[in-house]
Design a protein around this ligand. Structure first.
Ligand SMILES: Cc1cc2nc3c(=O)[nH]c(=O)nc-3n(C[C@H](O)[C@H](O)[C@H](O)COP(=O)(O)OP(=O)(O)OC[C@H]3O[C@@H](n4cnc5c(N)ncnc54)[C@H](O)[C@@H]3O)c2cc1C
Length: 367
């Protein structure tokens, strides 16, 4: 049986970026994806925002990989035509007691190396975001948007051009150890695959994939909690180009206003715990979305909101406390050559190329 140098589990944006980083003509890299194509789960169900890096404690992987990944994606956009745009983002304080939160995000963002951040007053806001009402704002010029499907197709093409093989409709269902390697059993495939290295980029089920390998995910702190986020689209176009965010909520960044490459606006996402992969939109939430956004968009009408999409976050924390990405080569636990990527919630899209580099370095993979 041929030994594969590296098998990546999952073809979301992170697995694709990892495959693009690892694949070379002189090695063999295989990607297993349970769906018939890439990006059918969280990577196509998000806000498509390139985060600046304000929300994460200095020194954390989230902070470092967000800042590094954002720069890499703008560069990919410039060199390879993947759509991205620095829209800028205005965080708004709608009441005096929220201003201190903006100031702490300013300090944290500066500590994370985010350029250009500045506090703005109410008189600056109409020039930045017409129609937005706030007592103060934090302006982040480096925040932007990306076309996530184009980014994924870029990583897919880069990986395939370097020789990576993608096995679609291929769910990893069992893992055995064999002579220091990993024997991977795939649903519906008679012959298993023998892998020297495994990169677990299985998103919402990355904890279950680690458990398939025999790891005690509860003891390791790897158990995931799913938090759904729904969106409502806006029927009419607003004269607002930057993204507009309230101060963050416990489990999410708050109901914010984003814009896509066609100039269409949407509101969301909310955040609540779920136990199944159900992407339906609760129409009964329209009023609460309207109320949340009306705090900073006073002209917004209830009829402007139409149901949009939903995504599910793979969170390591269920109580809103900070947990960093798990990006770990598991030799110390007895699984050499096995890299877990667990809890890759936001800013996982922004950080994706930097996550791939970080994982490759853990494996001491050649550049
Ligand atoms: C509502 C919401 C908004 C967000 N907004 C942003 C944002 O604006 N900016 C940002 O940077 N990030 C954002 N994120 C986070 C971002 O979307 C994720 O961090 C990122 O998409 C994770 O990518 P992934 O490849 O790890 O996971 P996924 O896209 O979920 O991919 C994992 C893949 O693994 C496959 N898989 C799972 N198990 C197996 C198995 N056993 N065998 C084979 N295949 C398997 C799945 O089918 C899936 O295709 C948001 C997330 C949500 C939910």
């Amino acid at each position: 049986m041929e030994t594969i140098d590296a098998v990546v589990i999952g073809a979301g944006v992170v697995g694709l970026a990892v495959a693009a980083r690892l694949a070379r003509p002189d090695n063999n890299v295989v990607v297993l994806e349970r769906h018939p194509r890439h990006g059918l789960e969280t990577s196509s169900r998000n806000s498509e925002v390139l985060h600046a890096g304000l929300y994460y404690p200095p020194g954390s992987l989230k902070a470092r990989l967000c800042v590094a990944g954002r720069g890499r994606i703008y560069e990919i956009g410039r060199r390879h035509g993947v759509f991205c745009r620095r829209t800028g983002k205005l965080l708004v304080a709608c009441a005096a007691e929220e201003v201190a939160k903006l100031e702490s995000l300013l300090a944290q963002g500066q500590a994370n190396g985010v350029a250009g951040l500045e506090m703005v007053g109410p008189s600056d806001i109409p020039g930045l975001a017409p129609g937005v009402r706030a007592v103060a704002g934090l302006w982040s010029p480096e925040t932007g948007i990306v076309d996530s499907e184009e980014l994924m197709r870029h990583f897919l093409a880069q990986a395939q051009d370097s020789g990576a093989i993608f096995l679609w409709n291929s769910e990893l269902v069992a893992v055995e150890r064999k002579a220091g390697h990993y024997l991977l059993k795939i649903n519906g495939m008679a012959d298993p695959i023998l892998a020297r290295c495994v990169i677990n980029a299985a998103g919402l089920t990355s904890d279950r994939v680690a458990a398939l390998a025999g790891m005690d995910t509860a003891a390791a702190g790897y158990r995931l909690h799913w938090f759904k986020g729904e969106y409502f689209n806006l029927r009419r176009t607003l004269p607002i180009q930057p993204l507009v965010y309230p101060v963050p909520a416990t489990h999410s960044l708050g109901i914010h206003l984003t814009i896509d490459r066609q100039g269409r606006h949407r509101l969301g996402p909310n955040a609540f715990a779920v136990s199944s992969l159900d992407y339906d939109i609760d129409l009964g939430l329209r009023r609460s979305f309207h109320e949340a956004a009306s705090r900073y968009l006073p002209e917004l009408k209830l009829e402007d909101l139409t149901p949009g999409t939903a995504g599910i976050r793979p969170k390591l924390s269920s109580d809103g406390s900070f947990r960093d990405f798990v990006i770990a080569e598991e030799s110390a636990r007895g699984w050499p050559g096995w890299v877990n990527l667990i809890g890759i919630e936001s800013p996982g899209l922004t950080a994706s190329p930097a996550i791939a580099d970080y994982a490759a370095n853990l494996l001491e993979w050649p550049a």
